[in-house]
Design a protein around this ligand. Structure first.
Ligand SMILES: Cc1cc2nc3c(=O)[nH]c(=O)nc-3n(C[C@H](O)[C@H](O)[C@H](O)COP(=O)(O)OP(=O)(O)OC[C@H]3O[C@@H](n4cnc5c(N)ncnc54)[C@H](O)[C@@H]3O)c2cc1C
Ligand code: FES
Length: 280
């Protein structure tokens, strides 16, 4: 008989945050014991699924569980979002990547989240607060119904700004409008932005002239997640890095965002076919 310990990766809880986006609590005791802010997992809902990288928005070390947010983007995220409490995921590997690069800073820290990125910044916000920093959160979405994890972010921040493109709540416009307002009022030592690439790029454009230490979490396409396959290759400061191993957080002022966006679109045709096949 094999003495290999098999984890079940059972879904213990599931909540709809907004259409097509769900929060999950998943049993994964070995990963929950080790994971740190900024790291991620790679998982497969079913044995034959594609491997997909997901950030961690929280964990319970004693209970042995991980908290993730999954936004339906294509076949695999859709498959996952159809799973229910009591179902078991096929595989999870992690923790992967490096933990967030944080310290005790002189001035305030600003954590910016868009979409699932709001969940991803929560563990880093908590760690910054524990180090004695003043922590400000910014959450952006197209409208108020799409804002995620606001209450959870408020629990670990001194202040949270909301922005919506249509002005249905908070500041009308983008997360950068909130960041501009904060910059008018106080000095900032550290910024972390996690979300769509154009959002992270816009944040770095705003902070670069002021020389603010700015980190972005790069959502490059990944396969193995351990620095072996090269799929997640990014250019940072003119050097080739692997987002899965050296990142996912990088100095935003040094990232070649144009290359990242081009590489993210590498498999668009195949992804379309995969979705069409599901529809049949
Ligand atoms: C470090 C990291 C953390 C992430 N965290 C989250 C998270 O917490 N929640 C969440 O919902 N999503 C997260 N993502 C994005 C998620 O991995 C993709 O949405 C998912 O892989 C799409 O797979 P799919 O089959 O559903 O869609 P597909 O149809 O395969 O792809 C849809 C789009 O997702 C992107 N994508 C596709 N495959 C990958 C891949 N293997 N790796 C990265 N991006 C890919 C591409 O830009 C593609 O155009 C994260 C990505 C990275 C790299
Ligand atoms: S995913 Fe293979 S090297 Fe990063």
């Amino acid at each position: 008989m094999s003495n290999r310990y098999v984890q079940s990766f059972k879904i213990l809880d599931k909540k709809e945050l907004c259409p097509n986006t769900y929060w999950y609590e998943i049993e994964a005791p070995f990963i929950a014991r080790k994971i740190e802010a900024g790291q991620f997992i790679i998982m497969k809902p079913f044995k034959k699924s594609e491997r997909i990288p997901l950030s961690i928005c929280g964990w319970d070390r004693e209970k042995g569980t991980l908290h993730i947010i999954v936004m339906s983007a294509g076949k695999t995220t859709r498959d996952l979002n159809e799973m229910q409490v009591g179902d078991c995921l096929s595989d999870i590997v992690g923790p992967l990547g490096q933990r967030s690069h944080i310290d005790k800073y002189h001035d305030a820290c600003v954590l910016i989240g868009g979409g699932y990125g709001t969940g991803a910044v929560i563990p880093t916000a908590r760690d910054l607060k524990a180090l004695g920093n003043r922590v400000i959160g910014i959450v952006g979405a197209r409208n108020k119904d799409l804002l995620l994890m606001v209450d959870e972010l408020k629990e670990v921040c001194d202040e949270v700004y909301l922005t919506t493109n249509d002005g249905s709540i908070g500041i009308e416009g983008f997360v950068t409008h909130a960041l501009e307002k904060i910059l008018e009022k106080e000095d900032i030592s550290y910024v972390l932005a996690v979300g769509p690439v154009p959002m992270m790029m816009a944040v770095t454009k705003l902070t670069e002239p002021k020389g603010i230490n700015t980190w972005v979490s790069l959502n490059a396409i990944m396969v193995d997640g351990t620095g072996m396959c090269g799929t997640c290759r990014v250019t940072v400061g003119g050097e080739t890095k692997f987002a899965c191993f050296h990142g996912p957080d990088f100095d935003g002022h040094k990232v070649d965002f144009d290359e990242l966006m081009k590489r993210q679109k590498m498999y668009v045709e195949v992804e379309k076919k995969a979705l069409e096949a599901v529809g049949k």
